[in-house]
Design a protein around this ligand. Structure first.
Ligand code: IMP
Ligand code: MG
Length: 180
């Protein structure tokens, strides 16, 4: 598995400090609010688990699974809800937790759906942001861990063809793997 990685972008140690910084900021901003973390499955699962432990104010959690991918590396723009939330959003300050903000199509769609359910507020926290790739103009990260250039990254929850999610760091996949 590790032989398929071209280079490491963010080591375990760097990821830990990124997550601590985000957790601290979110804890300050959501003091006295009614925070609900909404994890977008499956890519954000490791980030979510670490981020929620770096948050020191009370919070509820829920999970949603959407599918946006026609092929393995490009967003299709068509988003399907595979698993919906259990919690009614009314009265909650929702923070969507994403692994990576790429074209933004997935989050643009998701945010509209969640907004229609009348939460008190809604914001986006993404571990990684690929600003060069943005294809919608209504989506930005309220909290962003780090920017990555236009390269396909895997690890720490992010996959290629359902693999590499269990790598503890974020790395770039060798081109020969996804151009096969
Ligand atoms: P968007 O709709 O194009 O913003 O796609 C967002 C989703 O695409 C993310 O939640 C990831 O699941 C996936 N994605 C985008 N870029 C990458 C990448 O570099 N590695 C792994 N998954 C990615
Ligand atoms: Mg994802």
């Amino acid at each position: 598995m590790i032989n398929d990685i071209e280079k490491v972008y963010y080591s375990e140690e760097t990821l830990r400090s990124i997550v601590q910084r985000l957790g601290k900021q979110i804890s300050e901003d959501y003091k006295g609010k009614n925070l609900l973390l909404v994890s977008v499955l499956k890519g954000s699962v490791i980030f979510m688990a670490d981020l929620m432990r770096a948050i020191t104010v009370p919070c509820a959690i829920d999970f949603m699974c959407v599918s946006s991918y026609k092929n393995k590396t490009e967003s299709s723009g068509v988003v399907k809800i595979i698993k919906d939330l259990d919690i009614d959003l009314q009265g909650y300050d929702v923070l969507i937790v994403e692994d990576i903000l790429d074209s933004g199509k997935t989050l643009s769609y998701l945010k509209k759906i969640l907004l229609s359910r009348n939460p008190k507020s809604i914001k986006i926290c993404t571990l990684l942001d690929k600003p060069e790739r943005r294809a919608v103009d209504d989506i930005f990260a309220d909290y962003s861990g780090a920017e990555v250039p236009d390269e396909f990254v895997v690890g720490y929850g992010l996959d290629y063809d359902e693999k590499y999610r269990n790598l503890p760091f974020i790395g770039v996949l060798k081109r020969e793997i996804y151009e096969k």
